[in-house]
Unconditional design. Structure first.
Lengths: 242, 251
């Protein structure tokens, strides 16, 4: 039997009457247990091991690359939704993931998740972008430094990994949060419902904004000659991303 | 070819020129720099603002969530309640006597004892909530009974009609207070129940009715034959006395 206080309480207080609670017991409600029949498990349920150094074809000398900060800049347009429509981690800002981060995520999830009921998949590639570093104390010049390590650049809004299976958000959230806090960029644990809500909230905040002069408006109309000092990325993303 | 044809001149072409533009900043994604004064001014002006839904609300509504907005749990349909409702209606349809009690706080032990007492008389003690009762009795002939269901209630169902026993048991259980009862599809208050219990059985009532019907005629004959009857009586007594005296003399 469940017990709940009558809602008369609040109303009586408002009208200055003495509070009179009537405790009422209802009949317990046994909800129908959730079925997970619609969930398809992938072939490999565990996060695969990511190589520290990407495999090169043939006898090619591993190429050095420029910094390419553009791979971290701006919003993620492609991999920004949950494929399995269950739970995942989303990057809120751009950043770079090193092999150490990959291992941290992989082992952290492996230890905590129930391998019979849950599966986890990567949504980013292993480290592929070479990062060079000159030796400590070396003077400027002498060419580009040798490759120190490899990273994966990540844009804001990218899905890092997905967790799914016969489980609820309540039990999955602590597992993912443990990992999300340790990533080198701001990350958030989400489920499909939260993603939809975020999209709706964005739309709503744009629509219900009473300020006619948004950054977008300023940029599009070159108010105050802002094109003189604005970055081309401001003109593209209207101040939302760096 | 152009030498032979002097009318050909240089063709107009778009001159493409590359101008290298260098931006001062190498951005740091993780630690974004504070915006320039001009940009900061623009950002401040362009800051969004929204309608405040709580504006103009009374202090009471501000301090506490208004009742209209509070989440209601009653919308969830409970199949168990449906089953109970069906059970209740079944009890109503198959019992000749249904008594409604108001329940003051009663301990489980007392309730158990009451249950035993009632069971011995082929009466069954039941308790259901308001919601289940409404579900069961709405749109049936028992709907007026729902007005009794304020605070806690018990019900006693019996396939037999033993109103006198019910009233006796009511006196023996101080925590349960009899409010009304349904006797053979007739909704009665406590006073009517008491009257009902004091009524004689059908045969006696019929005899009484017959007596009442014959009362006028009987009264008339009595009035006419009154003196003859008294004389008869006296004479009979006289004969008896004389017989007694003669018996005594013989003895």
């Amino acid at each position: 039997m469940q017990c709940c206080c009558s809602r008369v309480f609040g109303k009586l207080i408002r009208y200055g009457a003495t509070p009179n609670t009537v405790q009422v017991a209802g009949v317990k409600y046994f909800p129908v247990p959730q079925t997970y029949d619609h969930i398809e498990f992938p072939e490999k349920t565990k996060l695969r091991f990511m190589d520290k150094v990407p495999q090169m074809q043939g006898n090619i000398r591993p190429p050095k690359m420029i910094k390419n900060l553009k791979f971290m800049r701006g919003p993620e347009e492609v991999h920004n939704f949950l494929l399995h429509q269950q739970f995942g981690i989303i990057a809120l800002t751009g950043g770079r993931m090193k092999w150490g981060h990959f291992e941290m995520v992989r082992l952290g999830i492996l230890r905590k998740m129930d391998q019979n009921r849950m599966f986890a998949v990567w949504r980013i590639d292993g480290p592929w972008q070479p990062v060079t570093k000159k030796g400590q104390g070396q003077r400027m010049g002498g060419g580009k430094g040798p490759i120190d390590h490899y990273v994966t650049p990540v844009k804001a809004g990218r899905v890092i990994l997905e967790l799914g299976g016969r489980c609820e958000f309540i039990e999955v959230k602590p597992i993912l949060e443990l990992v999300a806090h340790k990533l080198p960029f701001a990350a958030k644990v989400v489920n499909q419902q939260m993603m939809e809500e975020m999209a709706k909230e964005e739309e709503r905040s744009e629509k219900e904004n009473l300020n006619r002069y948004t950054y977008k408006y300023v940029v599009q109309n070159n108010l105050g000659g802002c094109h003189n000092w604005m970055s081309p990325y401001d003109k593209q993303w209207f101040g939302k991303y760096i | 070819m152009s030498v032979l044809n002097p009318t050909v001149c240089l063709q107009w072409r778009w001159q493409t020129s590359l101008q290298f533009v260098r931006f001062r900043k190498r951005i740091n994604i993780q630690r974004p720099a504070a915006p320039h004064y001009e940009k900061a001014k623009v950002l401040k002006v362009c800051k969004p603002y929204y309608l405040n839904p709580r504006e103009g609300m009374s202090l009471a509504d501000l301090c506490e969530k208004p009742i209209e907005v509070q989440p209601r749990n009653e919308d969830v349909e409970n199949p168990y309640e449906r089953i109970l409702a069906r059970e209740v209606l079944n009890w109503f349809n198959h019992s000749r006597l249904v008594a409604f009690f108001h329940s003051n706080p009663i301990s489980a032990e007392d309730r158990f004892r009451t249950n035993i007492m009632l069971k011995k008389q082929n009466m069954y003690l039941k308790q259901y909530g308001k919601k289940v009762m409404r579900m069961a009795l709405e749109d049936t002939k028992y709907e007026p009974v729902l007005t009794l269901f304020v605070s806690r209630n018990f019900m006693v169902f019996s396939p037999e009609l033993q109103v006198g026993k019910l009233l006796k048991l009511n006196r023996r259980i101080p925590q349960l207070i009899l409010m009304a009862a349904i006797v053979d599809d007739r909704f009665m208050s406590v006073n009517e129940l008491v009257k009902y219990s004091n009524m004689p059985d059908l045969k006696t009532a019929q005899a009484g009715l017959v007596a009442v019907l014959n009362a006028a005629a009987v009264q008339l004959t009595q009035n006419l034959t009154h003196h003859q009857q008294t004389l008869l009586g006296h004479l009979q007594k006289h004969i008896e006395l004389q017989q007694k005296m003669s018996n005594e003399e013989e003895a």
